[in-house]
Design a protein around this ligand. Structure first.
Ligand SMILES: Cc1ncc(COP(=O)(O)O)c(C=O)c1O
Length: 451
């Protein structure tokens, strides 16, 4: 390790070691993909404690400079921020590339409630009575706080508001996950979650999903591996499969989690009010170690950029406190607008109508696929997870008919059976054309055990 000895000089602190390795990466002495020696080996060579080395590794992983791949070791990674979202970048088709774009999961603009009305009301209200008196004010608008607590599936110890469901996952996981931790995720899952775990140097530990949610036996096996710090799951309208956790499955998952009291559960209810399934939450049984994310992007607009997080106080308060040395709070103007959208009758009707329309669009496409011999399990939300014979062939065949869909690979933790994700959010016309093309692309799909 000449790079470390040379660059470390006489610094023996974790920070000094992290900085030395950071400089070695920048200078090219350590290249992307290089494997770092084991912690004990470095500690012995530098005559520092293994704790110092692993603290340095934590800092480097948090900054994205290195990544741990389980027992394979710790590697230098390209911390280029553009490449951080490497899976996510592969999901949406370039805007306007094809006439029918079913590749991205944003809501249909025609089905959103009237944001202009809500913003106008909120702006007048804040002009009359400014809501921010000090930077350290409570980050949550009091009216919004009351509404959220009223509708929360359990009594949250603590609650805050952040800039969307992905911001919530980012803040929760950054505050809880350390280099080398295992985080159990559904397989398949939302690609940016896998990208985020890579950046944190955590090991995504996959658990399969069927139409009732995560598989309890696979969860038990994943937890038995040890070093699991958190489980991240989507309670309903799972992206990409559409699965929602049933009460019976919830009971089984609770039984499994009961044996692992230190594991945090993060529930990502990203679809919120456009989901048709009932809310089920592990927080009703394990309130001390569940945090639930409730998103408003799909129901009230992605540009509101708001989501709420409620549940275990140490986690939520940690997020709020860390945020004080960043943006501090989510715009109170937008929070006030959300209050109007959640309480105004016309806005409520509009969200309800959207929920029904999405359910209809989903049913129309699954029915049309079924008449073409492709049966998909029942589901909820925007996405259909369609088994195909070959992912690339399916994407090309669909593109040739003017249809963009998302490749399945970025959603998968392993090279499981090939899939595509078809989003119905904007699929109003063209159902027969899309069903013909998707059914043809899926024709040679192998038989599957789960969704
Ligand atoms: C599972 C999941 N989590 C989080 C998000 C991000 O939601 P938001 O727009 O609120 O950040 C999405 C968006 O599609 C999602 O599918």
């Amino acid at each position: 390790m000449p790079w470390a000895m040379e660059l470390l000089d006489d610094q023996r602190s974790a920070r000094g070691l992290a900085a030395a390795i950071g400089r070695a990466i920048r200078s090219g002495a350590l290249a992307e993909g290089d494997r770092l020696p084991p912690v004990r080996e470095i500690a012995a060579q530098l005559a520092v404690s293994p704790t110092t080395v692993s603290d340095a590794w934590k800092e480097l992983a948090a900054s994205g400079a290195i990544v741990t791949r389980g027992r394979n070791g710790t590697f230098v990674r390209n911390a280029d921020p553009v490449r951080a979202a490497r899976r996510y970048h592969r999901v949406p088709a370039p805007p306007g590339a094809l006439p029918i774009d079913l590749s991205h999961g944003t809501p249909d603009p025609a089905l959103l409630p009237d944001l202009g009305w809500a913003l106008g009301k909120a702006a007048r209200q804040l002009a009359d009575a400014p809501r921010t008196s000090a930077y350290a004010d409570d980050p949550v608008d009091p009216e919004l706080d009351a509404i959220l607590r009223e509708r929360w599936p359990y009594r949250p110890d603590s609650l805050t508001v952040v800039d969307g469901a992905m911001d919530a996952l980012d803040r929760i996981l950054c505050s809880q996950i350390r280099l080398g931790d295992r985080v159990v995720v559904e397989n398949p899952t939302f690609p940016p979650l896998l990208d985020l775990l890579d950046v944190l140097g955590a090991e995504a530990t996959p658990v399969g999903v069927d139409h009732q949610g995560p598989l309890p036996d696979e969860l038990a096996a994943a937890l038995a591996l040890g070093s699991v710090r958190a489980v991240v799951l989507q309670p309903r309208a799972h992206n990409p499969t559409g699965a929602s956790i049933t009460p019976e499955r919830l009971r089984r998952l609770v039984e499994v989690l009961a044996g692992h009291p230190d594991v945090l559960v993060v529930e990502d209810d990203h679809s919120g009010d456009i989901a048709s399934s009932d809310v089920v939450s592990l927080g009703t049984v394990l309130p001390d170690r569940v945090v639930t994310v409730l998103g408003f992007s799909k129901s009230h607009g992605p540009d509101l950029r708001l989501a709420a997080i409620g549940g275990a106080a140490p986690v939520i308060d940690g997020v709020a406190s860390r945020r004080l040395i960043g943006p501090g709070w989510s715009s109170r103007l937008l929070q006030a607008a959300l209050v109007h959208l959640l309480t105004g009758r016309a806005a409520q009707r509009s969200v309800e109508r959207a929920r029904q329309r999405y359910a209809r669009r989903r049913a129309d496409l699954t029915d049309a696929l079924s008449t073409r011999g492709l049966e998909l399990p029942e589901g909820d939300g925007f996405n259909l997870w369609v088994p195909v014979g070959d992912e690339s062939n399916a994407l090309v065949a669909l593109a040739a008919r003017g249809i963009a869909v998302a490749p399945g690979t970025p959603f998968q933790c392993d090279r499981s059976a090939p899939h595509i994700r078809v989003t119905i959010a904007t699929l109003d016309h063209d159902v027969s054309l899309v069903a013909d093309a998707v059914a043809a692309a899926a024709e040679r799909a192998p038989a599957r055990r789960s969704v």
